[in-house]
Design a protein around this ligand. Structure first.
Ligand code: ATP
Ligand code: MG
Length: 661
């Protein structure tokens, strides 16, 4: 625990720590089992990353790894040339792996498709020919607004095969959000679908595209979009505007599967993707080709201990988020992995859906988010226990800190007490995993992402950029450029410099609080913007939330610091109780939980108020939006809620708070 609270350090009252070393059997077969990898990579990170990059196919080899002559604008492998789609497809087919399954697709209504690498390469080549005929060229941007179906992956790879960049917009976004992203990127082509299946019915997409393109932007200019390509999926009735809208399945028939990939410079833009908007207006993050592909491929192989010839991998993220880009599309395909893609929601037709998919395909590596794990915990272990999950050998978590309680449940109920859990910390901006255990090497600690990846240099620092001592908390920063790092905020270089580089100069400021423990392991403490200051003590949201979730009645918790006359800020907690605990009275639950937090962490962290709620405000990627809860707790009007998955949630919560005040 830290006593000084002035230099941007965060107090930490960490809960008791267990440790789960890798089993002898796991170590025996692990891709990485020699800890020397860490110091070898640290000695010369550029040569480590060059070795990784050379595992890809370069049409023109690079001669220099990193160019940091114009910070904070990094270039990696800049004089090399490669084709990203060729690396994900043709390379495997050429190596004789054309018959390996690339995608086991499971539609929400139960329809399935199995697509081999040979077939996927063929479809991407045809699509690339079709896009060329539609005028797509290197340097263009194409907007993609799709459900989770194979054509989404095909569209992304066809775009990048031509040297153009995609901007995937999550299918849950409104016409305004879609239009803002189309305008920002000046996309001339939109690829969409009539609709996709969600929660047992068709959720329309094309009408939202129509609305988006009808809207005039602020100065009344029409959109840049010339063509809309529509995949048939939902079967819902839609309007097709003659001259603008084309059916994918009709167009594609005219094109053959011959297409020679051209190499593009390593720094050619690969995609733009907007952050989820937890801390404010989403940022259009730009990623480029060679460095990005190098780091997603390396981390996907090493962090998940991937054996492409035998594993069946499944990442549940939507392709509209960075996790879907890096660990559904580019990492797994560049590694030649076999993966599951599922279109729908986990509760359709019932909460057994995910587990039935794991059983059906023999999924061996499963990667999901804490919010989903907590939702499954809330429903109860009796559901997954009805399925055979014995194929699972590695589990992953991403998106938020995973509370130790959720970690233990995931480990025991889903992982059979055997499968290691890799808690992966990274961001849209980092492009790939930065901090995570290596499952054959790391003794796991529930709740901690633990170790920077080989070749990645992370420090926890105080406000002045000085490294904090072990046992202390501070700000997470990346000390050296990394291959898959953000290259800029699209169209806004000033915001890029201001957001990430103005705080420490050439050190990247991640915006997250973290603590280093006595072993040097890193614990994420939540957003720096969310850190609370109670009577001069800086407290972490993640630790208080973990303490609350530790209580047997609590399914999920969010904690904020609300302005308070006497203590500066006061801890205010919002909790969701487990289904079987609904009978406990709210007053009892509140009193009990305040006492519980004092007992686990200390009196300083005791919540002043505990609100029992039925939902928490979350972004569409499932992250808790604490800044809205803070506004509600302070009795202020809740501002912009457009990035929320369910905008009604905040009304209910504000009302709940108002009756109490
Ligand atoms: P915005 O930047 O617009 O507020 P966002 O940060 O939610 O949106 P992402 O880039 O998807 O958008 O999320 C990255 C953030 O998610 C990290 O900065 C961190 O706060 C959190 N995060 C991701 N993985 C982990 C993890 N394993 N442990 C703790 N926090 C995590
Ligand atoms: Mg962020």
């Amino acid at each position: 625990m830290t006593e000084t609270t002035d230099h941007g350090t965060i107090e930490s009252h960490s809960l008791e720590v267990e440790s789960y070393p890798p089993s002898a059997a796991f170590k025996e077969q692990a891709n990485l089992a020699d800890p020397a990898i860490y110091w070898q990579a640290a000695e010369d990170p550029e040569s480590y990353w060059s070795d990784q990059a050379r595992k890809l196919r370069w049409s023109k080899p690079f001669t220099e790894a990193l160019d940091w002559s114009n910070p904070p604008f990094a270039k990696w492998f800049a004089d090399g040339e490669l084709n990203v789609a060729e690396n994900c497809l043709d390379r495997h087919v050429a190596a004789g792996l054309g018959d390996r399954v690339a995608i086991h697709f499971e539609g929400e209504p139960g329809d399935t498709r199995t697509i081999t690498y040979g077939e996927l390469a063929h479809e991407v080549k045809r699509a690339a020919n079709m896009l060329t005929a539609l005028g797509v060229e290197a340097g263009d941007r194409v907007a993609i607004y799709m459900p989770m179906i194979p054509e989404t992956v095909i569209a992304m790879l066809a775009v990048v095969r031509l040297g153009a960049a995609h901007s995937v917009v999550f299918g849950g976004f409104s016409s305004e959000s879609l239009r803002a992203r189309i305008d920002d990127a000046k996309a001339e082509l939109v690829i969409t679908a009539d609709g996709g299946f969600r929660k047992g019915r068709v959720s329309a997409l094309k009408p939202t595209v129509d609305d988006a393109l009808r809207l005039d932007d602020a100065d009344g200019t029409p959109s840049t979009v010339q063509k809309v390509l529509v995949v048939q999926r939902g079967g819902n009735e839609i309007e097709m505007q003659p001259g603008r809208d084309l059916w994918w399945h009709e167009e594609i028939t005219a094109y053959e599967g011959d297409h020679t990939p051209q190499g593009f410079p390593a720094e050619n833009p690969l995609f733009i993707l907007y952050t989820s908007g937890t801390t404010g207006k989403p940022k259009g993050i730009l990623h480029t080709s060679g460095g990005y592909l190098t780091q997603v491929t390396t981390t996907h192989r090493d962090v998940f201990d991937l054996k492409p010839e035998s594993d069946v991998y499944w990442c549940t993220a939507d392709v509209g988020w960075i996790t879907g880009h890096s660990y559904v599309v580019y990492g797994p395909l560049a590694n030649g992995a076999t993966q599951v893609i599922y279109e729908g929601t986990p509760e359709t037709p019932d909460w057994g859906r995910w587990w039935s998919i794991i059983q059906k395909y023999g999924v061996s590596i499963f990667y999901t988010a804490p919010t989903a794990i907590r939702a499954c915990m809330k429903v109860g272990r009796q559901v997954p226990e009805q399925y055979d999950l014995s194929s699972i050998r590695v589990l992953g978590s991403v998106g938020e800190p995973i509370n130790p309680e959720a970690w233990r449940w995931y480990h025991e109920v889903i992982g059979g007490g055997r499968a290691p859990i890799v808690d992966t910390w990274w961001q849209t901006e980092t492009g790939a995993i930065m901090i995570a255990p290596l499952p054959g090497l790391t003794a796991l600690k529930p709740g901690s992402a633990q170790v920077p990846q080989p070749g990645i240099s992370i420090d926890v620092v105080d406000d002045d950029g000085n490294r904090v001592d072990r046992g202390q908390g501070g700000l997470l920063s990346v000390a050296r450029p990394w291959p898959s790092m953000v290259r800029g905020i699209w169209g806004d270089p000033e915001r890029f410099v201001e957001t990430y580089w103005s705080k420490f100069g050439d050190r990247y400021f991640a915006g997250d609080g973290a603590r280093v423990d006595e072993d040097g392991d890193i614990w994420l403490l939540g957003r720096v913007d969310d850190v609370m200051n109670v009577s001069g003590h800086r407290l972490s949201t993640a630790e208080i939330e973990s303490a609350l979730v530790e209580h047997h009645a609590v399914a999920e918790a969010a904690v904020v610091g609300a302005d308070d006359e006497t203590t500066g800020q006061a801890v205010v907690a919002f909790v969701i109780l487990k289904s079987q605990q609904q009978l406990v009275s709210e007053a009892e639950a509140e009193a009990e939980l305040k006492k519980h937090v004092s007992g686990v962490i200390g009196a300083i962290a005791r919540p002043k108020q505990v609100f029992v709620v039925t939902e928490l405000p979350k972004t569409r990627s499932g992250k808790i939006m604490r800044r809205l809860l803070k506004e509600a707790a302070e009795g202020r009007d809740v501002g912009d809620t457009t990035t929320l998955a369910d905008t009604a949630v905040m009304q209910t919560i504000s009302q709940r708070v108002r009756t109490e005040r």
